[in-house]
Design a protein around this ligand. Structure first.
Ligand code: C5P
Length: 222
């Protein structure tokens, strides 16, 4: 029987690495919904649309063709056939994504796409690990396993800084994560667990320990 695992949490909580690791370990597909909001934002910026102009964004939201590859060993994201995996991690996209993600037409379109990918993975494979901010409460409330992954702000900033190769400036990184969480909290609930979700606090755990813990919770839910 296929299983859907929802993993939500704030910026920098390690959702992507953990979700990929769990998907690989359990032989499931993997969906990074944040990458889709980033891809939409990349396209908005690329087309000269102001990320603060929600009416123009709403009108344009149906235009780009966003595709997510769900193999956890090699996840991919394209916009109109162009691989944007690297560009969507730029500071420019990161600074604008919360505004674009707040536009309801963008959410409606991407949530429909996410539900399609989840349904396809459930039909064609053992299931999927989907990660984001609103998977357990909005995108797929029927998920068999729901995890809320968090860590202390200092630990999240240190890990994100290391990823960005800017470990020296963790104070700025911490402020940036807090800014994005606060902005996202107007649209989703990145700062608290959805009903029925198990909280996993990764502050004192390394990546392998978190993957093992989440994989155990998923196996128990099966
Ligand atoms: O997870 P990641 O940091 O890549 O997400 C980028 C942004 O996409 C978030 O800051 C948020 O604005 C948006 N997002 C969202 N809903 C999701 C996933 C991401 O609004 N399910």
């Amino acid at each position: 029987m296929a299983i859907v695992v929802a993993i939500d949490g704030p910026s920098g909580s390690g959702k992507s690495s953990v979700s990929r690791g769990v998907a690989r370990e359990l032989g499931l597909r993997y969906l990074d919904t944040g990458a889709q909001y980033r891809a939409m934002t990349w396209w908005i910026l690329r087309n000269g649309i102001d990320p603060a102009d929600s009416s123009s964004i709403a009108l344009a939201a149906a235009k780009p063709l966003i595709s997510s590859g769900t193999d956890p060993a090699a996840p991919s994201i394209t916009v109109d056939g162009t691989d944007v995996a690297e560009e969507i991690r730029s500071g420019e996209v990161t600074a604008a994504v919360s505004k674009v993600a707040a536009v309801q037409a963008v959410r409606d379109r991407l949530i429909a796409l996410q539900r399609e990918l989840i349904a396809r993975a459930s039909e064609q494979s053992g299931g999927i690990v989907a990660e984001g901010r609103d998977i357990a409460d909005v995108v797929y409330p029927a998920a068999e396993a729901k995890i809320y992954l968090t860590a202390s702000p200092a630990v999240r900033a240190a890990r994100r800084g290391a990823e960005l190769g800017a470990a020296g400036d963790s104070v700025r990184t911490e402020a940036e994560l807090a800014r994005r969480d606060a902005e996202d909290a107007k649209t989703t609930r990145p700062l608290d667990a959805a009903p029925g979700a198990t909280v996993v606090d990764a502050t004192e755990l390394d990546l392998e320990q978190v993957i093992a813990k989440v994989a155990r919770l998923v196996s128990a839910a099966r």
